[in-house]
Design a protein around this ligand. Structure first.
Ligand code: ZN
Length: 325
């Protein structure tokens, strides 16, 4: 959602077509938006790529979706897939604490519902995720970044470059790369106390659930399912389902694939989820499904991340077939 598309969206706004992007286009179907964090990113030392919107921008986005589309509660999704209309759905991945501190009051005030996918191991024992730690190390470097072997005109670009290779590694390989970057940057590993206030507690998740939000699985340790064999995938699903059931009293039926690109999960993942009573699996590509074409275990979402400027957000929700890919 960067580069060319951003330029086109900006040109449309500047070219006097702003009125058009304020009116929803003629699409029919389902558009699922995927957020991570809310708040200002400018002074953030962690990964700015997972900052989705400032709180008042998010409130305006929710109001726009309620006015111009049918903003679904996750519970209403199965029925809505068969109906005509412009349906939208909000989801939040990873369980950052601001989901409860900042997003929940906005959703509650608007009477809107969303699906939340916390990482159960981080609720049990918060840790700084790899993307946040890579960003922290780049920003706290004491040596020249050229030694990293990643080109980039600024820190953001270097972090993105590192993440591109880090995401594809096995859990062991990913950990080894963090050690390597810690040494190369001279920053060392991020201090553990950074994690303490970063993620929700189980009490927070209970508050979300009590407010009518849907709580789904996102694996136990945030691992890319496609990198695991069937037994390891089963263990991840068992662990996260079991912890959610133990803490909330009911088993989750929604799942979000970590790193949910097309190659982030497999037929084995889907079969395991079905066998455990799951009904929905959210991916993180495509973003858009025409009426009657939604696949319950590949519910496509568009990532709403920080570089997404308001014109681009409006273009994506106005012309999803063009922008939500
Ligand atoms: Zn995630």
């Amino acid at each position: 959602m960067k580069g060319k598309k951003a330029a086109v969206a900006r040109a449309l706004e500047l070219g006097g077509l702003a009125w058009l992007t304020r009116r929803v286009g003629g699409w029919q179907g389902l558009l699922v938006l995927n957020y991570h964090r809310l708040a200002r990113s400018a002074d953030e030392v962690l990964d700015r790529g997972v900052w989705s919107a400032e709180p008042d921008t998010f409130a305006r986005q929710v109001a726009w979706l309620q006015r111009e589309t049918e903003l679904l509660s996750p519970e209403d999704l199965p029925a809505a897939l068969e109906q005509r209309g412009r349906h939208t759905l909000l989801t939040f991945d990873d369980g950052y604490a601001d989901n409860v501190a900042l997003a929940l009051p906005i959703l509650a005030a608007a009477g809107a519902k969303a699906a939340f996918f916390p990482v159960t191991a981080w609720l049990d024992e918060p840790r700084v995720p790899g993307w946040d730690e890579l960003a922290w190390m780049v920003r706290h470097r004491v040596s020249d970044l050229t030694a990293l072997g990643v080109e980039g005109e600024d820190d953001e670009a270097v972090v993105l470059g590192l993440l591109r290779s880090w995401r594809r590694l096995s859990p062991e390989g990913a950990e080894a790369m963090l050690d390597r970057v810690a040494e190369t940057t001279g920053a060392g590993r991020a201090p553990a106390e950074l994690a303490r206030s970063l993620f929700c507690t189980w009490d927070d998740v209970r508050r979300l659930s009590a407010a009518g939000m849907t709580i789904g699985g996102h694996t136990h340790r945030h691992v890319c399912m496609a990198t695991l064999d069937a037994e390891a995938q089963r263990r991840e699903i068992d662990l996260c389902s079991g912890r959610i059931e133990a803490e909330l009293g009911q088993r989750p039926t929604w799942f979000s694939y970590p790193y949910g690109a097309a190659d982030g999960f497999t037929d084995v993942t889907v079969a395991l989820l079905r066998a455990q009573g799951y009904r929905i699996g959210c991916s993180q590509f495509g973003g858009w499904q025409a009426r009657g074409q939604a696949e319950p275990f590949n519910l496509r979402r568009i990532a709403i991340d920080q570089p997404i400027a308001p014109p681009l957000w409006r273009a994506a929700v106005t012309w999803p077939s063009l922008f939500a890919r």
